[in-house]
Design a protein around this ligand. Structure first.
Ligand SMILES: Nc1ncnc2c1ncn2[C@@H]1O[C@H](COP(=O)(O)OP(=O)(O)O)[C@@H](O)[C@H]1O
Ligand SMILES: [Mg+2]
Length: 381
């Protein structure tokens, strides 16, 4: 009986000791957890402070939405701009009053992709804004940037370039006319004639550059108009080629032309003539003396493909697409004259103006040359 009691006491003491140990362990654990929570709290607070400062520092307005497009957070710039200072969570439409913006965000959500790399613009009041939309697990982030300054600068640049190139044309034409008059007198000694011819050639080049700048301005401002008419392919290409043959002759190049008759193209003769001229002019410019240039056209059921092949320095594979960018010139031809605009203009004229294609092929080996291609729609009228 007594032995039994003793036994029980021992077991209770053991249990007590165990409970004590467990208690101690739990207290230690709790202290650890509290420490961790505290650490996280501080971290959270720091992150939140950092985000708040960041939102204040950027000029862009930022609006955070859940996936029902309720505003969860908006920077003070955004709240001020839209006149919403309350702490409630309105929908994006209530907040911004812009259906256009809501549509844009909905599109981004539907497609589950960020509209960051694209230049989306909307008008809020009188001000153009660039919109960036980023979707994430808890919703959408929208950033709005005022781009009126950038637009104004762009317009000013276009106007400046347009005015300058326009103003340049008159004096350049006058120089040409004066030289023409002097050349017609036929009394000048040969070295003067040579000099006058050089002035004429340089004036032509200047005229050409001024025209390219004007073309660029028209394209950029969306003012370039294309009037496509059915025109025989030979009529279309003859005039530009006639003008360029003498340039090529001066460099003693062999220029062959193979264009089928009896084919009608659908083209804007002026615009297309200039685009095509640039290809041939480039070929002449970059091909050395006594080189070879072949202009040809082939016709398929609904399309005409015109090719201009030269035996110049060629184009490195990595530059094949880049030559159509504005102001781009390859290292091989960096020292040559020209604005670097001709091919960018030609691309616009062919693709936007005529619904055609333009590309270049080149092995890249110097001396093996390059071949430029353009396609045009046929007309059957
Ligand atoms: N036939 C060609 N052979 C080699 N490079 C060429 C040829 N045509 C164009 N390019 C390259 O593409 C660039 C852009 O051409 P383009 O836009 O006509 O400008 P630009 O003739 O004023 O230099 C040229 O500067 C040259 O580097
Ligand atoms: Mg050119």
């Amino acid at each position: 009986m007594f032995g039994n009691h003793k036994h029980e006491l021992q077991r209770t003491q053991q249990r007590l000791a165990l409970a004590e140990a467990e208690n101690k362990r739990l207290r230690a654990e709790t202290a650890k957890l509290q420490k961790r929570i505290h650490k996280h709290d501080t971290k959270l607070e720091r992150t939140s402070l950092r985000l708040k400062a960041m939102a204040k520092a950027v000029r862009e307005m930022v609006i955070m939405l859940d996936d029902e497009l309720h505003v969860q957070y908006a920077t003070s710039q955004a709240r001020q701009f839209f006149g919403k200072t309350g702490k409630d969570t309105p929908t994006l439409l209530e907040f911004s009053d812009s259906r256009e913006l809501v549509q844009l965000v909905q599109d981004a959500l539907a497609e589950q992709r960020a509209l960051v790399d694209m230049d989306w613009q909307i008008q809020l009041g009188d001000t153009p804004y660039q919109v960036r939309v980023v979707t994430f697990a808890q919703g959408v982030a929208v950033a709005l940037k005022d781009v009126s300054d950038i637009q104004r600068l762009g317009r000013a640049r276009r106007e400046f370039v347009g005015n300058i190139s326009h103003e340049l044309r008159t004096p350049i034409t006058t120089i040409g006319l004066i030289v023409d008059g002097m050349l017609a007198q036929q009394t000048a000694p040969p070295d003067v004639v040579q000099g006058l011819n050089n002035i004429q050639a340089e004036a032509d080049l200047l005229q050409h550059m001024a025209q390219e700048l004007l073309d660029l301005v028209q394209i950029e401002s969306g003012r370039a108009l294309f009037r496509l008419i059915p025109i025989s392919l030979t009529d279309l290409l003859e005039k530009p080629l006639m003008r360029l043959q003498s340039q090529s002759k001066r460099k003693q190049q062999r220029l062959t032309i193979s264009i089928p008759g009896d084919v009608l193209a659908l083209a804007d003769p002026n615009q297309l003539g200039r685009a095509f001229s640039n290809l041939v002019q480039n070929a002449i410019k970059f091909t050395p003396k006594e080189g070879q240039i072949n202009v040809a056209a082939v016709v398929t059921a609904d399309e005409i493909t015109i090719s201009v092949k030269d035996s110049g320095p060629g184009i490195a594979p990595s530059d094949l697409d880049r030559v159509f960018e504005r102001f781009f010139k390859t290292d091989r031809t960096r020292s040559s004259g020209g604005t670097g605009l001709g091919l960018a203009i030609a691309k616009h004229v062919i693709v936007e103006g005529h619904g055609g294609r333009i590309w270049v092929e080149s092995s890249g080996n110097p001396g093996e040359g390059a071949t430029f291609f353009i396609t045009l729609p046929r007309s059957f009228e």
